[in-house]
Design a protein around this ligand. Structure first.
Ligand SMILES: [Zn+2]
Length: 104
C-alpha cells in the first residue's frame, strides 16, 4: 500500500518539476504515474527549460543588450551589470506603436 502512495508522491513531484521548467505538468504527471516517476523525471530533466522563453514572449522579461541576462521589461537598470535600460524602453514603446498602427 505504501509503495502506491510513494509512487503517487513521486509522480506529483515530477509534475511540479515540469511546471517549474514551464512544461505541461499534467503530461509529466501522467507519464510518471503510468510508466515510472524515475523515467518521468529523466524525460523532464532532458526537456529544454521553457519558462524563460514564455516570459520573454509575454513581455514580462527582456534581454539586457549589454550582458544578455534576462531582466524585467520595466527595469530602468540591469540588475546584473547596472547598464541603463532607458533607451531600450523607448525602442520598445516605438515597436508597440508600430504594432498598433499595423493592426489598424
Ligand atoms: Zn545587463
Amino acid at each position: 500500500m505504501e509503495i502506491i502512495l510513494f509512487w503517487l508522491i513521486l509522480s506529483c513531484l515530477v509534475g511540479y518539476y515540469a511546471k517549474t521548467k514551464g512544461r505541461d505538468s499534467v503530461k509529466a504527471f501522467i507519464l510518471a504515474i503510468f510508466i515510472s516517476p524515475l523515467i518521468g523525471f529523466i524525460v523532464v530533466a532532458l526537456l529544454e527549460n521553457k519558462s524563460d522563453d514564455l516570459q520573454l514572449k509575454s513581455g514580462d522579461l527582456k534581454k539586457c543588450p549589454a550582458c544578455a541576462e534576462l531582466i524585467k521589461s520595466d527595469a530602468l537598470k540591469c540588475k546584473h551589470c547596472g547598464e541603463s535600460q532607458a533607451q531600450d524602453k523607448s525602442v520598445d514603446e516605438l515597436q508597440l506603436l508600430i504594432k498598433n498602427l499595423k493592426n489598424k
